[in-house]
Design a protein around this ligand. Structure first.
Ligand SMILES: [Fe+2]
Ligand SMILES: [Fe+2]
Length: 155
């Protein structure tokens, strides 16, 4: 898949949409860094980028969950289970990638395996965001937009 943000992901909630776009940019950034893996500085940058992706997800989920609470979205708890699942996976990715780095530092020639791992991770991440936005975020977005119309609240 192409890892790009698409118009169909638009929820019409400005700050949320901006954050969603940023995930696709960050993911594309990791793929780009992976392509330069031969470079000595690449590994450090990749580790930083993966950590950044996790930290940004944490921030986004916090923003989103606070919004859901503010509007008393009935599916709040169910929605947070998806977020927690994703964060757990991100932590696993970081752990697994650090294992690969350890092997590399021990002298294994695993650049190709690392690029493959990062490409698969990026595909998973972009795929997860696409599916989560379309299948889950759209549900609360519709609810919030309706509530705003009813009660005239702003963001
Ligand atoms: Fe969400
Ligand atoms: Fe979201």
């Amino acid at each position: 898949m192409d890892n790009l943000w698409k118009q169909e992901y638009l929820l019409d909630l400005d700050s949320i949409d901006d954050q969603h776009k940023k995930f696709f940019e960050m993911t594309a950034g990791i793929v780009q860094l992976a392509e330069g893996i031969e470079n000595d500085r690449a590994i450090g940058q990749i580790i930083k980028a993966i950590g950044g992706l996790r930290a940004y997800a944490f921030l986004h989920f916090k923003t989103e969950e606070e919004l859901l609470l503010k509007y008393a979205f009935p599916g709040y708890l169910h929605h947070t289970t998806f977020h927690n699942f994703y964060l757990e996976n991100m932590i696993n990715f970081e752990t697994e990638f650090k294992e690969l780095i350890k092997r590399k530092n021990d002298g294994d020639d695993i650049n190709v395996a690392m690029v493959e791992y990062l490409t698969q991770m990026a595909d998973y991440v972009a795929g997860w965001w696409a599916e989560h936005i379309v299948k889950q975020d759209t549900i609360y977005a519709k609810y919030i937009i309706e509530q705003r119309k009813k009660f005239g609240k702003s963001e």
